[in-house]
Ligand binder design. Sequence first.
Ligand code: NDP
Length: 246
Amino acid sequence: MTRLEGKVALVTGGSRGIGAAVALRLAEAGADTVLTYENNAERADAVAGRIRAAGRRGLALRSDSARPGAPAAAVEEAVAAFGRLDILVNNAAVFLVGPLADWGAAEIDRTLAVNVRAPFTAAQAAARHMGPGGRIISIGSNVADRAPFPGLALYSMSKTALAGMTRGLARELGPRGITVNLVHPGPTDTDANPADGPNAQAIAGLTSVGRYARTTEIAATVAHLAGEDGAYITGAELHVDGGFTA
Ligand code: NDP
Protein backbone atom coordinates (compact mmCIF):
# COMPACT_ATOMS: atom_id res chain seq x y z
CA MET A 1 0.00 0.00 0.00
CA THR A 2 1.33 3.43 -1.00
CA ARG A 3 2.16 5.57 2.05
CA LEU A 4 1.99 9.34 1.73
CA GLU A 5 2.18 10.54 5.33
CA GLY A 6 3.69 14.02 5.59
CA LYS A 7 2.92 14.79 1.94
CA VAL A 8 0.56 17.47 0.65
CA ALA A 9 -1.50 16.92 -2.50
CA LEU A 10 -3.55 19.24 -4.69
CA VAL A 11 -6.23 17.71 -6.94
CA THR A 12 -8.05 19.94 -9.43
CA GLY A 13 -11.73 19.11 -9.96
CA GLY A 14 -11.96 17.05 -6.79
CA SER A 15 -15.61 17.56 -5.93
CA ARG A 16 -16.93 14.65 -8.01
CA GLY A 17 -16.00 11.72 -10.21
CA ILE A 18 -12.39 10.69 -10.76
CA GLY A 19 -10.99 13.74 -8.97
CA ALA A 20 -12.96 13.01 -5.79
CA ALA A 21 -11.82 9.37 -5.84
CA VAL A 22 -8.20 10.48 -6.32
CA ALA A 23 -8.41 13.03 -3.47
CA LEU A 24 -9.89 10.42 -1.12
CA ARG A 25 -7.37 7.77 -2.12
CA LEU A 26 -4.38 10.08 -1.59
CA ALA A 27 -5.79 11.09 1.79
CA GLU A 28 -6.38 7.45 2.72
CA ALA A 29 -2.69 6.86 1.97
CA GLY A 30 -1.80 9.67 4.38
CA ALA A 31 -1.60 12.88 2.34
CA ASP A 32 -3.12 16.16 3.48
CA THR A 33 -5.20 17.02 0.45
CA VAL A 34 -6.53 20.20 -1.15
CA LEU A 35 -9.13 19.93 -3.89
CA THR A 36 -10.53 22.52 -6.27
CA TYR A 37 -13.95 22.78 -7.85
CA GLU A 38 -15.82 25.15 -10.15
CA ASN A 39 -19.45 25.30 -8.92
CA ASN A 40 -20.32 22.45 -6.65
CA ALA A 41 -19.40 23.73 -3.17
CA GLU A 42 -21.59 21.21 -1.38
CA ARG A 43 -19.99 18.18 -3.05
CA ALA A 44 -16.50 19.67 -2.65
CA ASP A 45 -17.01 20.36 1.06
CA ALA A 46 -18.33 16.82 1.51
CA VAL A 47 -15.12 15.37 0.01
CA ALA A 48 -12.98 17.65 2.19
CA GLY A 49 -15.06 16.57 5.19
CA ARG A 50 -14.43 12.88 4.41
CA ILE A 51 -10.69 13.63 4.21
CA ARG A 52 -10.79 15.27 7.64
CA ALA A 53 -12.89 12.41 9.02
CA ALA A 54 -10.09 10.09 7.88
CA GLY A 55 -7.68 12.06 10.06
CA ARG A 56 -5.96 14.17 7.37
CA ARG A 57 -6.14 17.86 6.67
CA GLY A 58 -8.60 18.52 3.85
CA LEU A 59 -9.56 21.76 2.12
CA ALA A 60 -11.89 22.59 -0.78
CA LEU A 61 -11.14 25.70 -2.87
CA ARG A 62 -13.43 27.24 -5.45
CA SER A 63 -11.14 27.87 -8.40
CA ASP A 64 -12.28 28.03 -12.04
CA SER A 65 -9.42 26.51 -14.04
CA ALA A 66 -10.57 28.51 -17.07
CA ARG A 67 -9.31 31.73 -15.50
CA PRO A 68 -5.67 32.35 -16.48
CA GLY A 69 -4.30 32.93 -12.97
CA ALA A 70 -6.51 30.48 -11.08
CA PRO A 71 -4.40 27.28 -11.20
CA ALA A 72 -1.27 29.03 -9.93
CA ALA A 73 -3.33 30.79 -7.25
CA ALA A 74 -4.72 27.41 -6.11
CA VAL A 75 -1.17 26.08 -5.80
CA GLU A 76 -0.20 29.08 -3.68
CA GLU A 77 -3.31 28.67 -1.50
CA ALA A 78 -2.52 25.00 -0.96
CA VAL A 79 1.04 25.82 0.07
CA ALA A 80 -0.15 28.64 2.33
CA ALA A 81 -2.69 26.33 3.99
CA PHE A 82 -0.61 23.18 4.48
CA GLY A 83 2.98 24.44 4.24
CA ARG A 84 4.28 22.54 1.22
CA LEU A 85 3.27 20.77 -1.99
CA ASP A 86 4.40 17.30 -3.04
CA ILE A 87 1.73 16.02 -5.42
CA LEU A 88 -0.24 17.84 -8.12
CA VAL A 89 -3.04 16.02 -9.93
CA ASN A 90 -4.37 17.89 -12.97
CA ASN A 91 -7.84 16.39 -13.29
CA ALA A 92 -10.44 19.13 -13.98
CA ALA A 93 -11.54 19.17 -17.61
CA VAL A 94 -14.15 20.34 -20.08
CA PHE A 95 -15.71 17.54 -22.14
CA LEU A 96 -17.45 18.79 -25.28
CA VAL A 97 -18.56 16.28 -27.91
CA GLY A 98 -20.06 17.25 -31.26
CA PRO A 99 -19.39 17.86 -34.92
CA LEU A 100 -16.58 20.13 -36.07
CA ALA A 101 -19.03 22.75 -37.34
CA ASP A 102 -20.46 23.26 -33.83
CA TRP A 103 -17.40 24.80 -32.24
CA GLY A 104 -16.77 28.53 -32.13
CA ALA A 105 -13.93 30.43 -30.52
CA ALA A 106 -15.62 30.35 -27.10
CA GLU A 107 -15.79 26.54 -26.91
CA ILE A 108 -12.31 26.11 -28.35
CA ASP A 109 -10.80 28.66 -25.97
CA ARG A 110 -12.56 27.23 -22.91
CA THR A 111 -11.49 23.67 -23.73
CA LEU A 112 -7.88 24.71 -24.23
CA ALA A 113 -7.93 26.95 -21.14
CA VAL A 114 -9.20 24.26 -18.75
CA ASN A 115 -7.69 21.13 -20.31
CA VAL A 116 -4.28 22.46 -21.44
CA ARG A 117 -3.34 25.88 -20.08
CA ALA A 118 -4.50 25.09 -16.54
CA PRO A 119 -2.42 21.88 -16.18
CA PHE A 120 0.59 23.72 -17.61
CA THR A 121 0.33 26.76 -15.33
CA ALA A 122 -0.48 24.58 -12.30
CA ALA A 123 2.63 22.50 -13.01
CA GLN A 124 4.69 25.65 -13.45
CA ALA A 125 3.56 26.98 -10.06
CA ALA A 126 3.83 23.58 -8.34
CA ALA A 127 7.38 23.00 -9.60
CA ARG A 128 8.50 26.12 -7.77
CA HIS A 129 7.51 24.48 -4.47
CA MET A 130 8.32 20.82 -5.05
CA GLY A 131 11.47 19.14 -3.85
CA PRO A 132 12.81 15.66 -4.57
CA GLY A 133 9.92 13.18 -4.52
CA GLY A 134 7.58 15.71 -6.16
CA ARG A 135 4.88 14.30 -8.43
CA ILE A 136 2.95 15.91 -11.27
CA ILE A 137 0.21 13.62 -12.58
CA SER A 138 -2.29 14.66 -15.25
CA ILE A 139 -5.50 12.92 -16.22
CA GLY A 140 -5.69 12.47 -19.99
CA SER A 141 -8.14 10.21 -21.81
CA ASN A 142 -8.37 7.00 -23.80
CA VAL A 143 -9.42 9.22 -26.72
CA ALA A 144 -6.07 11.05 -26.68
CA ASP A 145 -4.69 8.08 -28.64
CA ARG A 146 -7.74 6.73 -30.49
CA ALA A 147 -10.75 8.25 -32.25
CA PRO A 148 -13.40 5.55 -31.75
CA PHE A 149 -16.24 7.67 -33.19
CA PRO A 150 -16.71 11.17 -34.65
CA GLY A 151 -17.26 14.26 -32.52
CA LEU A 152 -14.23 14.05 -30.25
CA ALA A 153 -11.66 16.15 -32.15
CA LEU A 154 -11.71 19.18 -29.85
CA TYR A 155 -11.58 17.20 -26.60
CA SER A 156 -9.04 14.71 -27.98
CA MET A 157 -6.79 17.52 -29.21
CA SER A 158 -6.69 18.95 -25.69
CA LYS A 159 -5.86 15.59 -24.11
CA THR A 160 -3.16 14.73 -26.65
CA ALA A 161 -1.46 18.04 -25.82
CA LEU A 162 -0.90 16.74 -22.29
CA ALA A 163 1.38 14.01 -23.67
CA GLY A 164 3.80 16.61 -25.04
CA MET A 165 3.67 18.57 -21.81
CA THR A 166 4.28 15.43 -19.75
CA ARG A 167 7.35 14.35 -21.71
CA GLY A 168 8.81 17.86 -21.77
CA LEU A 169 8.33 18.39 -18.05
CA ALA A 170 9.63 14.91 -17.22
CA ARG A 171 12.89 15.78 -18.96
CA GLU A 172 13.11 19.17 -17.31
CA LEU A 173 12.17 18.19 -13.75
CA GLY A 174 13.72 14.69 -13.55
CA PRO A 175 17.10 16.03 -12.40
CA ARG A 176 15.30 17.58 -9.41
CA GLY A 177 13.72 14.24 -8.46
CA ILE A 178 10.25 15.25 -9.64
CA THR A 179 8.33 12.78 -11.82
CA VAL A 180 5.70 13.78 -14.38
CA ASN A 181 3.17 11.32 -15.79
CA LEU A 182 -0.11 11.10 -17.67
CA VAL A 183 -2.89 8.66 -16.78
CA HIS A 184 -5.41 7.90 -19.54
CA PRO A 185 -8.67 6.59 -18.08
CA GLY A 186 -11.03 4.56 -20.22
CA PRO A 187 -14.79 5.03 -19.88
CA THR A 188 -15.32 5.65 -16.18
CA ASP A 189 -18.63 5.84 -14.37
CA THR A 190 -19.03 9.53 -13.45
CA ASP A 191 -21.54 12.34 -14.00
CA ALA A 192 -19.69 13.19 -17.24
CA ASN A 193 -19.99 9.63 -18.58
CA PRO A 194 -22.48 7.57 -16.59
CA ALA A 195 -22.31 3.80 -16.96
CA ASP A 196 -26.09 3.78 -17.45
CA GLY A 197 -26.08 6.61 -20.04
CA PRO A 198 -27.67 6.29 -23.49
CA ASN A 199 -24.49 5.18 -25.31
CA ALA A 200 -22.85 3.40 -22.40
CA GLN A 201 -23.37 -0.13 -23.64
CA ALA A 202 -21.72 0.64 -26.98
CA ILE A 203 -18.84 2.45 -25.26
CA ALA A 204 -18.29 -0.39 -22.79
CA GLY A 205 -18.16 -2.73 -25.80
CA LEU A 206 -15.08 -0.88 -27.07
CA THR A 207 -13.11 -2.03 -24.02
CA SER A 208 -11.74 -5.54 -23.90
CA VAL A 209 -13.15 -6.20 -20.43
CA GLY A 210 -16.63 -5.08 -21.50
CA ARG A 211 -17.38 -2.64 -18.71
CA TYR A 212 -16.83 0.87 -17.40
CA ALA A 213 -14.11 1.61 -14.83
CA ARG A 214 -14.93 2.50 -11.27
CA THR A 215 -13.38 5.82 -10.26
CA THR A 216 -11.38 3.99 -7.58
CA GLU A 217 -9.63 1.97 -10.30
CA ILE A 218 -8.24 5.17 -11.83
CA ALA A 219 -7.38 6.55 -8.39
CA ALA A 220 -5.34 3.44 -7.54
CA THR A 221 -2.94 4.07 -10.43
CA VAL A 222 -2.63 7.75 -9.53
CA ALA A 223 -1.79 6.76 -5.94
CA HIS A 224 0.85 4.31 -7.15
CA LEU A 225 2.51 7.04 -9.23
CA ALA A 226 2.29 9.45 -6.28
CA GLY A 227 4.13 7.17 -3.89
CA GLU A 228 7.68 5.93 -3.53
CA ASP A 229 6.90 2.84 -5.63
CA GLY A 230 6.32 5.15 -8.61
CA ALA A 231 9.70 6.88 -8.32
CA TYR A 232 11.19 5.37 -11.49
CA ILE A 233 8.17 6.05 -13.72
CA THR A 234 8.37 9.42 -15.47
CA GLY A 235 7.43 10.85 -18.84
CA ALA A 236 5.01 7.94 -19.18
CA GLU A 237 1.47 7.59 -20.46
CA LEU A 238 -0.41 4.92 -18.50
CA HIS A 239 -3.63 3.57 -19.99
CA VAL A 240 -6.11 2.52 -17.32
CA ASP A 241 -8.78 1.75 -19.87
CA GLY A 242 -9.88 -1.87 -19.68
CA GLY A 243 -8.15 -2.57 -22.98
CA PHE A 244 -9.88 0.23 -24.90
CA THR A 245 -6.62 1.07 -26.71
CA ALA A 246 -5.38 -2.53 -26.93
P1 NDP B 1 -16.90 14.94 -13.79
O1 NDP B 1 -17.67 15.78 -14.76
O2 NDP B 1 -17.57 13.84 -13.07
O3 NDP B 1 -16.21 15.89 -12.70
C1 NDP B 1 -15.53 17.02 -13.14
C2 NDP B 1 -14.81 17.66 -11.98
O4 NDP B 1 -14.01 18.74 -12.49
C3 NDP B 1 -15.76 18.28 -10.96
O5 NDP B 1 -15.11 18.24 -9.70
C4 NDP B 1 -15.86 19.72 -11.47
O6 NDP B 1 -16.22 20.66 -10.44
C5 NDP B 1 -14.45 19.96 -11.92
N1 NDP B 1 -14.34 21.01 -12.93
C6 NDP B 1 -14.89 21.06 -14.16
N2 NDP B 1 -14.57 22.21 -14.78
C7 NDP B 1 -13.79 22.90 -13.90
C8 NDP B 1 -13.17 24.17 -13.93
N3 NDP B 1 -13.29 24.98 -14.99
N4 NDP B 1 -12.46 24.57 -12.86
C9 NDP B 1 -12.35 23.77 -11.76
N5 NDP B 1 -12.93 22.55 -11.67
C10 NDP B 1 -13.64 22.14 -12.73
O7 NDP B 1 -15.63 14.42 -14.64
P2 NDP B 1 -14.87 13.01 -14.63
O8 NDP B 1 -14.58 12.62 -13.23
O9 NDP B 1 -15.58 12.09 -15.52
O10 NDP B 1 -13.50 13.40 -15.36
C11 NDP B 1 -12.31 13.67 -14.64
C12 NDP B 1 -11.14 13.64 -15.59
O11 NDP B 1 -11.06 12.37 -16.23
C13 NDP B 1 -11.21 14.67 -16.72
O12 NDP B 1 -9.90 15.13 -16.99
C14 NDP B 1 -11.74 13.86 -17.88
O13 NDP B 1 -11.37 14.43 -19.11
C15 NDP B 1 -11.04 12.54 -17.64
N6 NDP B 1 -11.65 11.37 -18.26
C16 NDP B 1 -12.88 10.92 -17.87
C17 NDP B 1 -13.41 9.80 -18.47
C18 NDP B 1 -14.75 9.25 -18.10
O14 NDP B 1 -15.21 8.33 -18.79
N7 NDP B 1 -15.39 9.73 -17.05
C19 NDP B 1 -12.68 9.06 -19.51
C20 NDP B 1 -11.39 9.61 -19.83
C21 NDP B 1 -10.91 10.72 -19.21
P3 NDP B 1 -17.79 20.99 -10.07
O15 NDP B 1 -18.27 19.81 -9.27
O16 NDP B 1 -17.72 22.25 -9.28
O17 NDP B 1 -18.51 21.16 -11.37
